[in-house]
Design a protein around this ligand. Structure first.
Ligand code: FES
Length: 124
C-alpha cells in the first residue's frame, strides 16, 4: 500500500461490494493524521477492508485526519447503532482479525485495546 489514492480506490471498491447501510449499520473510522500514517494506519486500513470482505460484513469505513491521541496510533473507531462508539488504540494490522471477529462478529468489546468510549446518547 503506497499512496492515499490507492487506499481510497481500494476503499471505494470494497464499499461498493459491501453495500453501505448508514442508518443501522456499522461505521469504522481510521485516524489518518500524520502520526497515524507514521504508526502504520494505512496498513491497518488495508487489513480492516480485507477482513470485512473476508467475512462479508457490511460496514462503512471512513478516514479522519486526526483523532487526537498520537500516542495510541493507529486509532480505529467502531460505531454501531444502539451500542455507542468505541475507540481502539494501537490497532496494528495483526490485531485487525481479532478485532473484527470479537467486536463485529461476536459482539464483544476487546477491553484491553480500548482507549475511549462514547455512549450512544452522548453521540447524538
Ligand atoms: S496528528 Fe497525531 S494526534 Fe493529531
Amino acid at each position: 500500500m503506497k499512496s492515499i489514492e490507492e487506499l481510497q480506490k481500494l476503499r471505494e471498491e470494497a464499499q461498493k461490494e459491501l453495500k453501505v447501510r448508514m442508518d443501522t449499520g456499522t461505521v469504522i473510522t481510521v485516524g489518518m493524521g500524520t502520526c497515524g500514517i507514521a504508526a502504520g494506519a494505512r496498513e491497518t486500513m488495508h487489513a480492516i477492508l480485507e477482513e470485512l470482505n473476508k467475512h462479508q460484513i457490511e460496514a462503512h469505513v471512513k478516514t479522519v485526519g486526526c483523532i487526537g491521541m498520537c500516542v495510541h496510533e493507529p486509532l480505529v473507531d467502531i460505531e454501531q447503532a444502539g451500542k455507542g462508539r468505541i475507540t481502539y488504540g494501537k490497532v496494528t494490522p495483526d490485531r485487525v482479525p481479532r478485532l473484527i471477529e470479537e467486536h463485529l462478529i461476536n459482539g464483544r468489546v476487546v477491553e484491553e485495546w480500548v482507549v475511549a468510549r462514547m455512549e450512544e446518547s452522548a453521540n447524538k
